[in-house]
Design a protein around this ligand. Structure first.
Ligand code: C2E
Ligand code: MG
Ligand code: MG
Length: 698
């Protein structure tokens, strides 16, 4: 076998089980079939050869006996006739009767006479001393036998028969052909059988391989489900058992790890993070505060008189209280903030993502601190017993460049002591400046509430003019007349009222007052045409009942809705625009006008702007201020005017202080103005005086 073919066989045998089995079955069956076929053919060939030799001998013997009488009578013709009839046997190639001298006396056909008359085979007959039966030729094609003819003891001649073996050869060829076919079928069947067995074997093995791979990739719940009882089934069962044992030990390990982790990082009584975990989170919070530029805060909380409770009612009661405090604290904070228990009755709340400005961040921390104080002040139910407790809170802020963690905790702790000394049930900031800011805000908020009750708010009116300086209406601007603070402008208190929600009642008051004034003007012919613009804060507009409030103010005062103009700001567009459009449309249906205040300073998406049912754009005063000296501002103002005209809106410029500004604005097509050039915001009486003065004929 050539080397390459051998290699190929080895290669084939080394492949999958299916291939190995198929090859083995095919080779084995091929060898067996070959051996068997070879044996059968050999045996059959020998048998047929012998059989044909016997047939030839028997026929020769019979003919020798039958020829005696013809030869004795010397009737060669009769003999010839007899031979011709015998020669019809298809196996017979020839039959000859020879005389003692080897001369042909009769032959199966005449052509043979010449052929064998002097052939070397016949000559061999004459050379024998004693005449007896002989086989002259015995090969694959022919058996040639000679039988002496005797009359008594007298030797008369020979019968020679050529028995052809063509039929024997045909038989053997047929047997061989059938052997091949049978062998082919046997090999095919063996291959099919091998494939079937290999399929069954490898299906099970493949599943085991799949399971092993899945386990290798980290899947722990996969198992082999073969449902067979052979060795592969037993192997699968063993593997499953091994995986179960592994999974159980892994679960045990994880549980132990979890327990260790929990002991290391959590407080077992309240399940809150402990000091170690807090420090870890604080470290992260400080890093992320540096990245986001947002401040964070630590609130150090200590229960007032906890020791007394412990001493009088026992530690179990103390533990119950601590658990309830823990769950109340968790409810006070947002997701992402941390409540930790440092030990004893000390808790820390860590806030993240507060405002960038220290003052605002302090206010946010304070708000949560107050919420915590309020929540912890509510009565507790300790094993059926009612208990009241208060707490003291120290607050410190942190950002990227502040101190070590230890220092931070110390600061919060110190602030907490200050709260205790200040009489408990309160909070204190570590930073005295922050404390001042927060206290001032708290005072301002209190004053604002009081101011609202005591009617300290007044409205100032600033005229809005047309291109001929005629008054078309006024914007009402809020002022706070505080007995000690004096006249306070809205920039100083509106932000806080928005934060605290005070803007809602204050804004309502502004709206009611403006509508009442509008109604009063409506009753006098010379003021009936005037409009009033009212500033509406986002928080006010956002209320679900805003539309109803406006309509009620109009109805109660009897003011003409078509003279009321609501000033909205672009920051409103951060909200759900569909809802804004809905509210505006409802009011518009009653005739209310809308102006977009401070236009150009905020987030104005033109696509939204297009959809708002506006009447007017108000160019912000920051563009008007330098409109005559700054080419950029001039370009912005021109663009706003063009945009307004394009959208079919009115446009008004605010903060117009000089005639140069007014002239420029007129030149770009702006025909409405508001600003100190035409009049400062003034109290109502003064504004009405102005109306009279302007109307008086010069
Ligand atoms: P705003 O609505 O843009 O009002 C225009 C501000 O520009 C007013 O300040 C007005 O006094 C000032 N101003 C008018 N003409 C000129 C001028 O020629 N030069 C300069 N430098 N300033 C001029 P004010 O009254 O201090 O109001 C400030 C902001 O407070 C208002 O801005 C408005 O956003 C808010 N605000 C005022 N009243 C109310 C109110 O009743 N409700 C709400 N939500 N906000 C109000
Ligand atoms: Mg305004
Ligand atoms: Mg404005």
């Amino acid at each position: 076998m050539p080397r390459a073919a051998l290699d190929r066989m080895i290669g084939l045998a080394g492949g999958t089980i299916r291939r190995q089995l198929t090859l083995a079955f095919a080779v084995a069956t091929g060898l067996v079939m070959f051996g068997f076929g070879y044996g059968v053919i050999q045996h059959q060939s020998k048998f047929l050869m012998e059989q044909s030799a016997h047939s030839a001998e028997d026929l020769a013997h019979m003919l020798a006996v039958g020829s005696t009488a013809w030869l004795v009578a010397n009737d060669v013709t009769g003999l010839q006739v007899e031979l011709a009839s015998i020669a019809r046997n298809p196996n017979l190639n020839y039959v000859l009767v020879l005389g003692r001298d080897g001369k042909v006396l009769a032959a199966s056909d005449v052509g043979t006479i010449g052929l064998v008359a002097d052939d070397p085979v016949s000559r061999r007959l004459l050379s024998g001393a004693v005449p007896r039966a002989r086989i002259l030729v015995d090969d694959e094609r022919l058996v040639d036998v000679a039988e002496p003819i005797f009359a008594g003891t007298r030797h008369l001649g020979w019968v020679r028969i050529g028995w052809g073996r063509g039929q024997v050869r045909d038989n053997l060829a047929e047997i061989t052909r059938r052997g091949y076919i049978l062998g082919g079928f046997a090999i095919g069947f063996a291959v099919l059988l091998a494939l079937a067995i290999a399929g069954g074997l490898t299906r099970g093995l493949r599943q085991l391989i799949y399971v092993a791979n899945a386990v290798h990739k980290g899947e722990r719940n996969v198992r082999a489900g073969l449902g067979r009882s052979d060795e592969i089934g037993q192997l699968a069962e063993s593997i499953n058992g091994m995986l179960d044992a592994l999974a159980a030990s892994e679960r045990e390990r994880m549980a132990t790890e979890e327990e260790i982790r929990s002991l290391a990082f959590y407080d077992p009584l309240t399940h809150l993070p402990n000091r170690r975990m807090l420090i870890e989170r604080l470290r992260h919070a400080m890093i992320s505060s540096g990245r986001t530029e947002r401040a964070g805060a630590l609130l150090f909380i200590d229960l007032d008189n906890f020791k007394t409770l412990n001493d009088t009612l026992g530690h179990d009661m103390g533990d119950l209280l601590l658990q309830q405090v823990a769950s109340r604290l968790v409810r006070c904070i947002r997701e992402g903030d941390t409540v930790a228990r440092l030990g004893g009755d000390e808790f820390v709340v860590m806030l993240e993502g507060l405002a960038h400005e220290t003052g605002d961040a302090a206010a946010q921390a304070e708000a949560i601190g107050r919420k915590v104080l309020g929540s912890l002040n509510a009565p507790y139910e300790l094993a059926g017993r009612r208990h009241q407790s208060t707490s003291s809170i120290g607050i410190t802020l942190f950002d990227r460049d502040l101190h070590t963690i230890d220092e931070l905790l110390k600061r919060a702790d110190l602030a907490m002591y200050n709260a205790k000394t200040a009489g408990r049930n309160t909070l204190r900031f570590f930073d005295p400046h922050m404390q001042t800011v927060v206290t001032a805000r708290a005072a301002l908020e209190g004053d604002l509430r009081e101011g609202l009750q005591l009617g300290q708010f007044v409205l100032y009116y600033q005229s809005q003019r047309d291109v001929d300086s005629r008054i078309t209406g006024a914007e009402v601007l809020l002022r706070w007349l505080h007995p000690e603070r004096g006249l306070v402008g809205p920039n100083e208190f509106i932000p806080l009222t928005e934060e605290t929600g005070l803007i809602i009642p204050i804004g309502q008051w502004v709206l009611d007052s403006a509508c009442r004034q509008l109604a009063a003007w409506g009753r006098a012919p010379h003021t009936a045409h005037l409009t009033i613009a009212v500033n509406i804060s986002v928080r006010q507009f956002r209320q679900a009942e805003f539309v109803g409030q406006v309509l009620q103010a109009l109805a109660e005062s009897g003011a003409d809705a078509r003279r009321l103009k609501l000033e909205l700001t672009e920051s409103l567009l951060m909200d759900d625009v569909e809802e804004i459009i809905g509210k505006m449309t409802s009011l518009k249906r009653h005739g209310v006008l809308f102006s977009l205040d401070d236009f150009g300073t905020g987030y104005s998406s033109l696509s939204y702007l297009k959809r708002l049912p506006l009447d007017q754009l108000k160019i912000d005063q920051s563009f008007v201020r330098d409109v005559t000296i700054d080419a950029n501002d001039a370009a912005i103002a021109s663009t706003i005017v063009a945009l307004a005209h394009h959208m079919g809106l009115d446009v008004i410029a605010e903060g117009v202080e000089t005639t140069a500004q007014a002239d420029f604005l007129v030149s770009i097509g702006c025909c409405a103005f508001q600003g100190f050039l035409f009049g400062q915001p003034v109290p109502l009486a003064q504004f009405e005086q102005l109306l009279v003065t302007l109307e008086a004929p010069a």
